[in-house]
Design a protein around this ligand. Sequence first.
Ligand SMILES: NC(=O)c1ccc[n+]([C@@H]2O[C@H](COP(=O)([O-])OP(=O)(O)OC[C@H]3O[C@@H](n4cnc5c(N)ncnc54)[C@H](O)[C@@H]3O)[C@@H](O)[C@H]2O)c1
Length: 394
Amino acid sequence: MENGHTKVKVGVIGVGVMGALHARDVYESDLTKLVAVCDIDEARAQIIGELYDAKVYFDYSKMLAEAEVDGVIVATPHYDHTPISIAALKKGIHVLTEKPIAVHVNDAQKMIAAYEKALEQYPELVFSAMFQQRTYGFWQKIKALLDDGELGRLLRTTWIITDWYRTQSYYDGGGWRATWQGEGGGVLLNQCPHNIDLYQWFVGMPQRVSGFAALGKYHNIEVEDEVTAVFEHDNGMVGHFITTTAESPGTNRLEIVGENGKLVFEDGKLTFYRNRYSALEQIKHASGAYDKVENWVIDVPYTHHGEPGHRFVIENFARAIANEKALIAPAVEGLHSIMLANAILYSALTRQQVSLPLDGDAYEVKLRELIENSDFQKPVHAPRSGDEEMGKSF
Ligand SMILES: NC(=O)c1ccc[n+]([C@@H]2O[C@H](COP(=O)([O-])OP(=O)(O)OC[C@H]3O[C@@H](n4cnc5c(N)ncnc54)[C@H](O)[C@@H]3O)[C@@H](O)[C@H]2O)c1
């Protein structure tokens, strides 16, 4: 590594829109060396391999068997994250998998079980997930304020995250996208894993989930493109999660309310409405019927790197392999966002509230039904959305 250690040798599996950027980041970093790339699209693999001077494979098993890699980054469509990660972990190869770590809870649990088993033989094995938004300064500041207990007892968290706008052209641009068979979900599985991961990172997992979802309401797709969920936490906090890929202009507004005040993040501005007294104590002790709590409006400073952030997660992966740093996003934590996404969808499809932990078998049966009953004909007008579109893709 940079301080005289050897670079971590990395292979990238799936070099489409995202994987090609990971290959570039691995190639350019002082901490990593790109030794191999793999894609079932042979022309694609060749182009990226030549561009970054890496050995080219068309079959990940062959790459795992032959390429001398310390770690791999898995950037294929989601379903394949599971078998590829498991195959690598079994060989003692470190894994950084794209989000979502899997399509459904059972697959995520298989990956975690394989990791735990592999740890017996390779105790230093690293299993990380690409939740690069955890590196963003504003999210880190919110996390720190919550962890420090600034808000006191939490009452409500509401996230309106409707600025994931996508056109029909986006959905038509990849054969696997927005189908039950190819992707296993829509906005919850592709665009929102970051937000759902952050939700549970900030305030923990709820115990009950009620979901409302519309399938292909605004786009010619078979999966969900509009979702509203209500989360109930045993500590009394209630959560709301509202998303869609159809609103333009969309909104990204997070409100976290506690007895000591309210944090609001919107348009890059983090505001803390700080109560002089606990609102819950005021309810009990105020003499006047309408006495509100005095609050001070604080513009909370934070520093943010301003980059997409994938590079930092890759370098963190390399440092974790070298035993120099803890992981920003252990893949094991990726189970939480999948469980929430699956639970929202399951609740919406069955019109019932779902208790967590979700019954993974029941969800898998439901997903299989959706796949088997699908008669959706996917219009595909282009092999993939262009790399230049990447900036909008996360
Ligand atoms: N973290 C982020 O910000 C972010 C952003 C975009 C995409 N992603 C994730 O990255 C993954 C890929 O998304 P994308 O937009 O790059 O898709 P893509 O379709 O552009 O690329 C996927 C690539 O994987 C290849 N592939 C498919 N099956 C394979 C296999 N078994 N072995 C090797 N290669 C295989 C395809 O040929 C394709 O080139 C998804 O899981 C997505 O959620 C993450």
